[in-house]
Design a protein around this ligand. Structure first.
Ligand code: 1HE
Length: 269
């Protein structure tokens, strides 16, 4: 069945550096600055924060992608030249705030990656929960070569996916990973052929959108925190979260549906 997206209405329609469209419970947020390879300037980061804090009520999952040949070239280097040290700290914190709303927002985010996913573009991608890469995708952290450091949360999020040693190698040597390598080291969870990222991402986002909201909330908010805790604390918090989730009417209805043969079985592919 063809799924048709319609342009978002209300304030999301006014964002000039994002193209925002809705299809049922899935909101598609597309970086829309292809002439600059979706380089992230202040306005684009502000608009991302605005979009993720003004999700339409019906949204249960977000698809995040980039217009043009690349997902994102990272920080807009033309703005960097004009900042002093104090302004740079505030700037970095503004990225943290925006990306925090993506990682710890109301709904899961599936990023579809292609072409350059570099610097701040990679920092943005790793704030999402599921990453689908097209074969054209490549990942780099050219900050090392540009004489700067990551400032969009990369040093906190990327080592948690691939380890600090791999990130250090990327920054020190300029190493670039391709799509298959990115999958192998854990930067992404899926690789598909060029041109197929959107449909794969949409398929996943639609599945995610059918989950009980409280289950998705637990995965977004409890899982990463438990993973950072000591085992004893983690197990305790897990028990609380499990009890809260299983006490929700949505869980009771879903389990009843399975027991009555009305819900799907677990199966391969
Ligand atoms: C840009 C940027 C940018 C392109 N800031 N303007 N990021 C980088 O170091 C990556 C720099 N960019 C590249 O390596 C390449 O542009 C790409 C591999 C991404 C794409 O190559 P290509 O051949 O398709 O495009 P292009 O010809 O290099 O660029 C097209 C235009 O986009 C051109 O502008 P024009 O006015 O001459 O047409 C480029 O100047 C412009 N452009 N990338 C500004 N990044 C919170 S801290 C995060 C720190 C970082 O992210 S550092 C990494 C920065």
């Amino acid at each position: 069945m063809a799924i048709s997206f319609t342009p978002a209405s209300g304030p999301l329609a006014d964002l000039d550096l994002l193209r925002v469209e809705q299809a049922d419970a899935v909101l598609h947020v597309r970086l829309n600055r292809p002439a600059k390879r979706n380089a992230l300037n202040d306005t684009l980061v502000e608009q991302l924060q605005f979009a993720f804090t003004h999700l339409p009520a019906e949204t249960r999952a977000v698809l995040l992608s980039g217009e043009g040949d690349h997902f994102s070239a990272g920080l807009d280097l033309s703005e960097l030249q004009e900042r002093n040290v104090a302004e740079a700290v505030v700037h970095s914190r503004s990225w943290h705030a925006a990306f925090e709303h993506i990682q710890f927002g109301r709904v899961p985010v599936v990023a579809v990656l292609h072409g350059a996913v570099v610097g701040g573009g990679l920092e943005l991608a790793v704030a999402a929960h599921v990453r689908v890469a097209e074969r054209s995708a490549f990942y780099g952290l050219p900050e090392g070569q540009r004489g700067i450091f990551v400032g969009g949360g990369g040093s906190a999020r990327i080592p948690r996916l691939v380890g600090a040693a791999r990130m250090a190698d990327m920054m020190l040597t300029g190493r670039v990973y391709d799509a298959d390598e990115g999958l192998r080291i854990g930067l992404t969870q899926y690789v598909v052929d060029d041109g197929e990222g959107f449909s794969k991402g949409l398929e996943l986002a639609r599945k995610i959108a059918t989950n009980a909201p409280l289950s998705n909330f637990a995965v977004l908010h409890a899982l990463p925190r438990i993973a950072e805790m000591g085992q004893a604390e983690g197990l305790f918090v897990e028990s609380l979260m499990a009890a809260i989730a299983s006490g929700d009417p949505a869980a009771k209805e879903r389990i009843k549906a399975f027991l009555e043969g009305r819900a799907g079985k677990v199966s391969k592919a």
